[in-house]
Design a protein around this ligand. Sequence first.
Ligand code: PLP
Length: 363
Amino acid sequence: MTSSAVRSEPWASGGVLERYADWLPIDASTPRVSLGEGSTPLVRARSLERATGADEVWLKLEMCNPTGSFKDRGMAVAVAKAIEQGATAVLCASTGNTSASAAAYAARCGLRAFVLVPEGRIAKGKLAQAAAHGAKILAVDGNFDDALRSAQRLTEHLPVALVNSVNPYRIDGQKTAAMEIVDELGDAPDLHCIPVGNAGNITAYWRGYREYFQAERSSKHPRMLGVQAAGAAPLVLGRPVEQPETIATAIRIGSPASWDGAVAARDESRGAIIAVGDDEILHAYRTLAGEEGVFCEPASAASVAGLLSRHGDGSLAGRRVVCTITGHGLKDPERAIESIQADVVEIGPEYEEAEAVIREGLA
Ligand SMILES: *Cc1c(COP(=O)(O)O)cnc(C)c1O
C-alpha cells in the first residue's frame, strides 16, 4: 500500500496523528495511520478520593484504545513512520500488548508483523489478538528481556522496522495521553501514577507534560509516581533483575529499555518510583472492578496500588491525581477467574428457583 493510499482513506481521521500533528515528528508525507486511538475517557474514582483524601482522583482509561491498551498511541505513529520510510514489515518483542497492537496496525496497513513473546508468559487474550491479526508469533523460551535483545539484533540484520518503545516514535505517540489529560482538565494534575515495565510510558508522559508546560498549555508539572511490581522492580533496586516475577505480566521486566527516561521523569518531577506486592496489585484490581466499574489488567492496577500504598493514609488533601489504566481486564480472563471469587448459584430451569435466589439477594 502506498502512503498516499493510506492518507486518503476516510478512516484516517480522528487518531493521534491527526489531533496532535503539531506535536509529532511528522509532515504532510506521513500517512495518517489510525484505528481511532486516543481520546480515551477520563473518569472520577470516588472510592480512591475517599481513601487518599485527594480532591480529585481521575482514571485515564487507556484500556479503551482500539486493541485494549495504551500501546496503540505509539504504534500508530511508529507504523506511520515505518511506512513513510518504506518498510514492509514490523517486528517487536512483547509481554503481549505491544504485539497485539503491532499486529493490528500492521494488518490495517498491509505490513507483515513478527512478534517475539516469552512462551507461556503472556495473557491468552493478547496472544489471541496477535494471532487474529495474522502476525507471525515467535514463542521464545526465555523472558521479555531475552526477546527484546533478539529483536534489536534482528532489526540490525533484516529489513524490518523495530516497533518496541526503543523506537522514539512510540514515545512521541504515547506522550499524547498526557496532553489529552491537560487539554481535558485545563491544567496538569499534581500527581500522576503510572505502572512501569519497560519504562517507555513514564518517559512518554513526562515528555508530554514537559512539552505542554514549555508551550504554556499548563501552569505546572505533576509529580510522577512510577509503580513497579516487587518481584520486577529494577528501578527501585537500582540494578537489573535477572529473573523478574509477578502476576502482572505486562510489567514483568527486569531490564527496562527506557531506564534513563524513567529516572529523569522521577527526578525532574520530584516524584518517586516505588514497588508494590502482587497482593496489593490484586487488591487494587478487585477494588477497581468492584467499586469503580473499571475492569483492567493486573499491571494497570499497579498504578492504583502505588497510589494507595503511598497515600492510603489520606495525605492528599487539596490535590488532583490522575492514574493511567493501561490495559483491559478482558485480556487476561484466567487471572480474573483465579483471583476474583465469582458469586455463582446453580439453579434449574424453573422460574421459581430464579425468583427465590433474587429475593434472597435483595433482602
Ligand atoms: C506495556 C504495558 C505496561 C508497561 O509500560 P512500559 O512502557 O513498558 O513501562 C503497563 N501496563 C500494560 C497493560 C502494558 O501493556
